[in-house]
Design a protein around this ligand. Sequence first.
Ligand SMILES: Nc1ncnc2c1ncn2[C@@H]1O[C@H](COP(=O)(O)OP(=O)(O)O)[C@@H](O)[C@H]1O
Length: 175
Amino acid sequence: MTKLPNILITGTPGVGKSTLGVQLATRTGLQHVCVGDLADIEQLYEGYDDEHKCHILDEDRVLDELEEKMSAGGVIVDYHGCDFFPERWFQAVYVLRADTSVLYNRLQHRGYELRKVQENVQCEIFGTIFEEAHSSYRFEIVKELPSNTLNDLDENVEVIVQWLVGWTLMQSRLC
Ligand SMILES: Nc1ncnc2c1ncn2[C@@H]1O[C@H](COP(=O)(O)OP(=O)(O)O)[C@@H](O)[C@H]1O
């Protein structure tokens, strides 16, 4: 039987990765893994960054934790970084993008302190994660999606479902 593909949803914190991941999992039956939640549950950290007031992810342990699942296929991973995952894990990479004011409000609402809000908004303005995705994965599998409104959310689910249908069809023809 053909293996299902793995999909990476990435982007600056607050762009809507988990929201899309959950909806997509419900719609497709694929398994959704939020790396931030996984790291919290399993304590996959190697320290604490006092300056940025956040845990430092133990990337090697995250990779070990996920390897088996990813090899089996059919996983939607969401995380705000993407350069430490093996390229072979993903058949599609979606980078969510949000407008400055939208992201600012979401992060403020999340209770981030001003400096952290500003740093993340700046990261989004510079397209840092988009660049990271392009330098880590083949150009043709990286797609950018707007994530400002609930209408965007619905459309993004449709776009990815359509990609999944096309991918599955292509694989069955190749077999
Ligand atoms: N497309 C969207 N339109 C409107 N609000 C959204 C959208 N995507 C996410 N949100 C909201 O933005 C906030 C951050 O979303 P979340 O999925 O937690 O972001 P991330 O996983 O990227 O940090 C949540 O309150 C969520 O309900």
